[in-house]
Design a protein around this ligand. Structure first.
Ligand code: IMP
Ligand code: MG
Length: 183
């Protein structure tokens, strides 16, 4: 795949390679939408996007799910030293919506250690949803801390630092329409 020589969105940062281009992402998101539509034949579906990383993926994904659904968001914050597992995840924004009896689909940008998702799954299970599943755009398959399967995965991610399509590096590059690995 060709690396854009001068994409002004990249602030002059060199991109090692484009891991997933726009067309590839669009096709996979359409397939995921079909899989999700088929997986939920009945019941109320609440798609919960984990901010900020999931915002672009979520907005594309829900438009490919051909059944009734509601959308809400979660904002989680890990506190303590970010480089050390504090084991704590705090909800900075918690949806007002009742979760009891609903199918909950938790949407994440990328699964790395799985620590954040594991904490959220434990917290949300406590609210008696009818079902709780995870949909991640990318999975690095190194999530030793996640004890819940990722039911829907967009792509297996290379073990590189990825940006774009919602993923950031120090808040930069979220709006880049493809997924690239930084130099
Ligand atoms: P985990 O709790 O270790 O699985 O971390 C998941 C979170 O770390 C994701 O939601 C991202 O915000 C961030 N993250 C992990 N890997 C990457 C990456 O390659 N690029 C950008 N963000 C990443
Ligand atoms: Mg994130």
């Amino acid at each position: 795949m060709t690396v854009p020589v001068a994409d002004p969105r990249l602030k002059g940062r060199a991109v090692k390679r484009i891991a997933f281009d726009e067309g590839t992402i669009a096709r996979r998101v359409q397939e995921l939408g079909r899989e999700i539509t088929a997986a939920y034949p009945d019941g109320e579906l609440l798609v919960l996007g984990l901010l900020k990383g999931s915002f672009i993926f979520l907005s594309d994904l829900v438009r490919q799910i051909e059944r009734p659904l509601h959308v809400d968001f979660l904002v989680a914050s890990s506190y303590g030293d970010a480089t050390v597992s504090s084991g704590h995840v705090k909800l900075v924004y918690d949806p007002n919506t009742e979760l009891t009896g609903k199918h909950i689909l938790l949407v994440e940008d990328i699964v790395d250690s799985g620590r954040t998702l594991q904490k959220l799954v434990t917290l949300l299970q406590g609210r008696s949803p009818r079902s709780l599943e995870i949909c991640a755009l990318l999975d690095k398959h190194i999530a030793t801390e996640l004890h819940h399967p990722v039911r829907f995965t967009g792509f297996d991610a290379p073990h590189e630092f990825l940006v774009g399509y919602g993923l950031d590096h120090a808040e930069d590059f979220r709006h880049v329409p493809y997924v690239a690995s930084l130099q």
